[in-house]
Write a protein of this length. Structure first.
Length: 276
């Protein structure tokens, strides 16, 4: 049986992942996933592509959803009340991949803390209640500030196959954290099986395939140290996972068709398969 073995959300885009034994799956993915984003002074989002130290910032949302705690090595943690933007809060104009969005700025205290940790002027913003982003792919959906679709799925079979190729070349295997998945699944024997799943159920929920996960330089960042540690996995992925749209793919992305509860141990059942 194929089951969920890890659930990870990333409340602040680019920052550390937060594992959970169970979670709510919303139309935009796991609850709080990529609800927040760090931006530069000009409103353009910060990413591990250029700011790898984001990886060492650990964000935790309180159980009631009202407070966010930011922690990082060498600095005191910061806990503050979340401005959800439900009142008269002004909207900030931000930009992600050259696309403009409106967001709720989280204030000077969070901005000062992030600026100190990252060594550059930064602010923290949140998805506003009226956020109506539509994501592309085979099954359109929505998401917060994720790169694209709401849910990223990666199987252990795919990682094991990649690491076998990396170690055969005399290099060290990589942890799954390099790929920042939301759902890690186990039970498939063939690597890349997640690429062929078109509809699936997990817990009370249903997911629809949108696209392959095309990988970028974020996979070169050690998620524990916040330092670039390439050239793997991109070197090895380039030898067998190139895709026509450019780059290399590893893992798959899905939109949320039915919301509900999900948990580690839930069966991951594919109800519709693709042919490619």
């Amino acid at each position: 049986m194929v089951t969920v073995v890890e659930l990870i959300s990333y409340p602040v885009k680019g920052c550390a992942g937060i594992p959970a034994a169970e979670a709510e799956l919303t139309p935009a993915g796991l609850r709080h996933d990529r609800s927040f984003m760090v931006v530069a002074a000009d409103g353009v989002f910060r990413s591990q592509r250029t700011d790898p130290r984001l990886a060492v910032i650990r964000p935790e949302v309180s159980a009631d959803g009202n407070h966010l705690t930011l922690s990082a090595p060498g600095v005191d943690p910061l806990r503050f009340g979340i401005d959800a933007g439900t009142g008269t809060a002004a909207r900030a104009e931000v930009e992600m991949f050259r696309t403009p969005y409106r967001a709720v700025d989280q204030g000077a205290e969070a901005a000062g803390w992030l600026s100190e940790v990252l060594g550059a002027p930064s602010r923290l913003v949140r998805v506003p209640p009226e956020h109506d982003r539509v994501t592309d792919g085979l099954t359109p959906g929505t998401s917060g500030f994720a790169d694209s679709s709401a849910v990223h799925v990666l199987s252990r079979a795919s990682l094991d196959d990649l690491n076998a190729r990396i170690t055969a070349a005399g290099r060290a295997p990589l942890p799954i954290s390099r790929f920042r998945p939301n759902f890690v699944v186990d039970g498939w024997t063939e690597p890349g099986t997640e690429d062929r799943a078109r509809r699936l159920t997990v817990g009370d929920c249903e997911l629809g395939f949108t696209k392959l996960a095309v990988r970028c330089a974020v996979t070169l960042v050690d998620q524990h140290t916040g330092a670039k540690a390439g050239p793997e996995p991109l070197r090895t992925l380039a030898s067998y996972r190139r895709v026509p749209e450019g780059g290399v793919a590893f893992g798959s992305k899905f939109s949320v068709l039915k919301t509900g509860k999900v948990a580690v141990g839930d069966a991951f059942h594919v109800t519709d398969w693709g042919t490619d």
